[in-house]
Design a protein around this ligand. Structure first.
Ligand code: UT7
Length: 328
């Protein structure tokens, strides 16, 4: 049986930092509130005039180098993002062009904060088909481009960043082992951006009504996120006969430290097994999981059992069980 193994991972986050002290000057908030309610200390900001593919190009070039892959050898590039450079062409096309990738098929996936899981499962199936041997999965967002800096309930939450992994076939017991993904439109009223699409194309009215920004009802989303991420992570452990001792790492979407801790506790995991970097980057939407994997890459060992889990707009959510395929 062919499986898709991650053979390299890299991430890029911009240098410019927005701290909680900066937010204290912009809106009615405090470092104490943001740290205790969300767990974010600072986040990265990409310059105006640059798009998500600018960050992706850095991450992809690094993954190509790590995996000794020439751009022309890449066969598929899948890009999960909510903040594409443009409505069209795809951010996959923009990234391919920036990296000299000329022999691949490429497309974008929209699954909000769950985008990396959706793209990884899709990429894994390209590899499992036996037809593709070099599949790039890229995920991330320039969330600051859709953040309303007058709304204190959302503006401290988000940051910019992108991660990328290379998938290659293996006949050994490594790689993407299992996944459970969901979509349920019950979340549509609670988390969305209504401006700029085909229902409400950009107009003076959409701009005046703040419709090009993230709208979120935090408490509703919080409750769903905790229960759905915890349920699906326990389900994937049980389905694969994994006890809490078998799981080496949990890589949760980084939206709120309290959500992350609640999910880890439900799975029975000690805190040292849970990847957390929300304090440095905030919520980079589809970027959070691959950015964690890149940061922890040197600590990951061949054979490690890793559970990835995410929750986002739609609602979309899910868990993916990964067996790490290499030592760095
Ligand atoms: O990534 C996609 C999925 N998204 C998520 O998973 C996010 C889920 N939601 C959350 O993480 C949390 O709901 C938030 C971080 C967004 C908000 O935290 P909360 O503990 O749910 O706060 P709340 O909305 O219940 O607000 C509590 C209070 C309110 O004041 P009153 O009504 O009690 O007087 C808010 O107005 O905190 C106030 N508040 C703030 N105060 C200081 C809201 N934002 C701020 C702020 N600074 N930035």
């Amino acid at each position: 049986m062919i499986r898709a193994a991650i053979t390299g991972v890299s991430a890029y986050t911009p240098e410019k930092i927005l701290t909680n002290a900066d937010f204290e000057k912009i809106v009615d908030t405090t470092d104490e509130w943001i740290m205790s309610r969300v767990g974010i200390k600072e986040r990265r900001v990409l310059d105006k005039g640059l798009g998500t593919s600018t960050m992706a190009a850095e991450a992809v070039k690094s993954v190509l180098e790590k995996t000794n892959t020439k751009p022309e050898e890449v066969e598929v590039i899948i890009f999960a993002t909510t903040t594409p450079d443009y409505i069209f062409p795809s951010t996959a096309a923009m990234t391919a062009e920036a990296c000299g990738i000329k022999n691949a098929l490429g497309f974008d996936i929209q699954a909000a904060c769950s985008g990396f899981l959706y793209a990884l499962e899709t990429g894994s199936n390209f590899v499992k088909s036996g037809q593709y041997k070099k599949v790039l999965v890229v995920a991330g967002d320039k969330m600051t481009s859709i953040t309303n800096y007058k709304d204190r309930t959302t503006c401290p939450l988000f940051g910019d960043g992108v991660g990328a992994v290379m998938l290659e076939p293996t006949e050994e017991e490594y790689g993407v082992m299992d996944s459970i993904l969901h979509v349920d439109g019950v979340g549509i009223p609670h988390l969305h951006m209504h401006g700029g699409g085909s229902v409400h194309p950009a107009s003076h009215e959409t701009v005046d009504n703040d419709m090009h920004y993230v709208y979120q009802e935090g408490q509703v989303v919080f409750k769903h996120a905790v229960s759905k991420m915890a349920d699906v992570s326990v389900e994937i452990m049980e389905r694969n006969n994994l006890t809490k001792d078998d799981v080496n790492w949990l890589v949760p979407h980084q939206a709120n430290i309290r959500i992350i801790e609640a999910v880890g506790n439900r799975m029975g995991l000690s805190a040292d097994k849970v990847m957390i970097n929300i304090q440095k980057y905030g919520n980079t939407s589809a970027g959070t999981i691959p950015i964690c994997l890149a940061e922890w890459e040197s600590q990951l060992k061949k054979g490690d059992n890793i559970i990835l889990t995410a929750f986002g707009a739609g609602f979309t959510w899910g868990s993916l069980y990964l067996k790490w395929a290499y030592n760095k």
